[in-house]
Design a protein around this ligand. Structure first.
Ligand SMILES: [Zn+2]
Length: 287
């Protein structure tokens, strides 16, 4: 019997960020394969868009659960400090204050933004989280961004916090974000860096490599951001990386080893940032 490969090898290997058709096998974890683009360095999972959407809806629901944390909790206070820190970075791009958060969860960030004089809009596809965001009296859309059909040049800011790694077709999403940003407006996002020392050291053990459990399918290294956002037409592209999780490499029961790995990560922190090898990555790109 002859085995016929019915899958289209072209669509499988094509990078969903820079669109080059040059990618190779990168790693396999729990039955899912990640490929890596030889042009821009994007690491992306071999999975159908439909399958991913199902995972993402359940992941978001599990994560946010729709519940709002008590405003007095230490967790909330810490979050609030982070919100203020981010809003300060975005302030130079503010004109009428229209800000869109894609994947806004329960809307906590957008509520802080509104309290500081911004005009917020959110997108959230997980029902429970969207309901929680709506309960804050925010404008929330529960469809994907391209289905919202926002007018051209509507927003000062589009923000995505740990969302891009869940996106099956990041190029289309970034193209759409460019369309709806005002000239001088900015894309601000945070995601995870597959070119980090943590990802190199931990390999398949890096907990962010997780298709089935977390819906993580697209990882941009700094180079991919510069290539792809530059292609789209963004002008200033600022990329910063920081932080590590070398302890991911070791099983939970190896407590002492994990502690030492964590400590080592703290020691080399400044060097990591300098060489863009941190596992967290933040991008501010101006249209
Ligand atoms: Zn690519």
């Amino acid at each position: 019997m002859i085995n016929v490969n019915t899958e289209n090898p072209i669509s499988k290997s094509k990078c969903r960020a820079c669109l080059a058709d040059r990618s190779t096998f990168f790693l396999e974890k729990h039955g899912h394969v990640y490929r890596r683009c030889e042009n821009c360095g994007l690491v992306f999972a071999d999975i159908s868009e439909e399958e991913l959407l199902k995972i993402n809806r359940s992941v978001y629901d599990d994560t946010f659960g729709g519940e709002l944390p008590s405003p007095d909790s230490e967790f909330s206070k810490k979050k609030l400090r982070r919100h203020h820190f981010i809003l300060k970075k975005l302030a130079p791009h503010k004109t009428d204050g229209k800000i869109l958060e894609v994947g806004c969860g329960n809307g906590a960030f957008l509520e802080t933004a509104r309290n500081e004089g911004w005009d917020p809009v959110g997108i959230e596809i997980a029902e429970e989280a969207a309901a929680a965001a709506k309960s804050r009296d925010l404008e929330i859309h529960t469809t994907l961004l391209d289905e919202c059909q926002f007018e051209d040049k509507k927003f000062d800011i589009v923000l995505m916090n740990e969302v891009l790694e869940h996106v099956w077709d990041p190029r289309s999403l970034l193209d759409e974000i460019f369309r709806i940003l005002k000239p001088g407006g900015a894309l601000f996002l945070r995601t995870r860096n597959p070119d980090s020392w943590t990802a190199d050291f931990c390999g398949v053990h890096w907990h962010h490599y997780s298709v089935q459990e977390q819906g993580h399918v697209s990882f941009f290294p700094p180079k991919a951001f510069r290539t792809v956002l530059g292609d789209i037409g963004f002008t200033q592209i600022n990329v910063r990386t920081w932080g590590s999780a070398f302890d991911d490499r070791f099983p939970k029961k190896k407590k002492l080893t994990r502690k030492a790995a964590k400590y080592f990560g703290k020691l080399i922190g400044p060097l990591e940032t300098k060489l863009e090898k941190g596992q967290r990555i933040e991008v501010l790109a101006v249209r």
